[in-house]
Design a protein around this ligand. Structure first.
Ligand code: CUA
Length: 342
């Protein structure tokens, strides 16, 4: 489903027995989704996600045991008691021993589930060592702000494999929810309040993130890429992001730079190293390096970008990107410039 968005080669990998069992459990859901590559929580690649999958398997096993036991007993009494219309079943009302047993059994089951859940919650918790970045939810895209490093990375963020990742989350408008299903856990993004999420990404790969709280018309088209890489690749990414925008080289791109400054894009968008300093829309400094347009509504290709610039409201109705009427030639130049911003 999101495979085509990757500009990187490697995707998520499964490993281990838990993953195999999880994969088996996911088969039913996968069939229903008929070929979609789902970012299943059962294919966990983060510390919190792995603990949650283990807990889910335990709870599933215990409840399956309860269900099969009850069904087994039911079948047993149906078979044993068949064709005896005249006999009355033995009466157990007021039998203290039986009352105690069938009160105690559910109490024990619930206690075991409670202890497992508290244990998992403890395992997931990581100490607060300060956030690497702030994720701001907006209608309908993600603003990843690396304040100390001096850049923003809309809708696509890199983190280091096997390093505890700590994220502050906020919202600029309504309530959203930050969720990378394969990392595990979600956290509400609430206007005027900072929440936190911490976990350790365990496996290199590009994972889909999404909004998990209904936040308006385009809630379903509010997605991002969460990219887990080794430390050296992360440093290289940070270095690239810190660079100001590249100077255009092609003739159309050079013209596009003039167009973008003259038609008012800068009231919403910023491009570091140019006069565009808008704060409302996504930072476009490295737009060309990103895999998607409009929070992964479209793949980032020149054709799709042209479609988006010509009529954003047709692609993503009710989004904050207005339709700006431009001559065909200027649209073409704009696309050429933006795609060169690697
Ligand atoms: Cu943002 Cu749903």
């Amino acid at each position: 489903m999101f495979g085509p968005f990757f500009k990187r080669s490697h995707g998520p990998r499964s490993r281990g027995a838990a993953a195999a069992l999880a994969a088996a459990l996911a088969v039913g859901a996968a069939l229903v989704l008929a070929g979609c590559e789902s970012p299943s929580i059962l294919r966990a690649e983060g510390s919190a996600g792995s603990e949650i999958v283990a807990l889910a398997i335990w709870i599933f096993a215990i409840l399956a045991f309860v269900l099969l036991t009850v069904w087994g007993l039911l079948v047993f009494v149906i078979v044993r008691g068949r064709r005896r219309p005249e006999s009355e079943a033995s009466q157990t009302k007021g039998n203290l021993r039986i009352e105690i047993v069938w009160t105690a059994i559910p109490a024990v089951i619930v206690t075991v589930l409670f202890i497992l859940t508290v244990y998992t919650t403890e395992q997931i918790a990581l100490p607060d060592r300060g956030a690497q970045f702030t994720a701001v939810g907006r209608q309908w895209w993600w603003d990843f702000q690396f304040k100390e490093l001096g850049f923003k990375a809309p809708n696509e963020v890199y983190v280091v494999r096997e390093r505890p990742t700590s994220i502050d989350v906020e919202s600029a408008d309504v309530i959203h929810s930050f969720w990378v299903p394969q990392m595990g856990g979600k956290v509400d993004m609430i206007p005027g309040h900072v929440n936190h999420i911490r976990f350790v990404p365990l496996t290199d790969g590009t994972y889909l993130g999404e909004c998990s709280e209904f936040c308006g018309a385009q809630h379903g088209r509010m997605r991002f890429l969460f990219v887990v890489v080794p430390p050296d690749e992360y440093s290289a990414w940070v270095e690239r992001q810190q660079q100001p925008a590249a100077e255009p080289t092609g003739a159309d791109a050079v013209a596009g730079k003039t167009v973008i400054s003259s038609v008012g894009c800068g009231s919403c968008h910023a491009i570091r190293g140019t006069g565009l300093k808008g704060n409302f829309g996504p930072d476009l400094t490295h737009f060309g390096s990103r895999g998607g347009i409009a929070a992964y509504t479209l793949r980032n290709t020149p054709e799709n970008l042209l479609r988006w610039i010509q009529d954003p409201q047709a692609v993503k109705p009710e989004c904050n990107m207005p339709n700006v009427p431009l001559p065909r030639q200027q649209q073409k130049e704009l696309v050429a410039y933006l795609e060169e911003l690697e």
